[in-house]
Design a protein around this ligand. Sequence first.
Ligand SMILES: Nc1nc2c(c(=O)[nH]1)N=C([C@H](O)[C@@H](O)CO)CN2
Length: 117
Amino acid sequence: MDTVFIESLEVDTVIGAYDWERTIRQNLVVDVHMGWDNRPCAAEDALHLALDYAAVSERISVFAQSSNFELVETFAERLAGLLMDEFNIPWLRLKITKPGAVAGARGVGVEIERGCR
Ligand SMILES: Nc1nc2c(c(=O)[nH]1)N=C([C@H](O)[C@@H](O)CO)CN2
């Protein structure tokens, strides 16, 4: 299956399991690969047939703005479900990175794959 991807989208949210994290906003980095048949939109050169990466990026940013979770796992799971439902995405691989959360590591986080390719 073809994919449409978004790489290193920085979003701002409330995320963290520790008390000090509940009152601040932090950055997460979102990478997502989404299954899509790109042949119809390419044949007609038509955005309305494409999986619009700009619209998906905006939705991810809006979701992050209003979300408030302890775990990056929860953030990833909820976001994956929302994107698949709202954009009719049959399969996706989603990576959530929390930069600087662990001393000595550039980033830590999770990667999930949902749906069928
Ligand atoms: N598997 C996870 N481990 C940890 C998480 C998490 O979301 N998933 N979160 C934390 C803390 O919030 C940490 O990021 C604060 O720096 C610790 N471990």
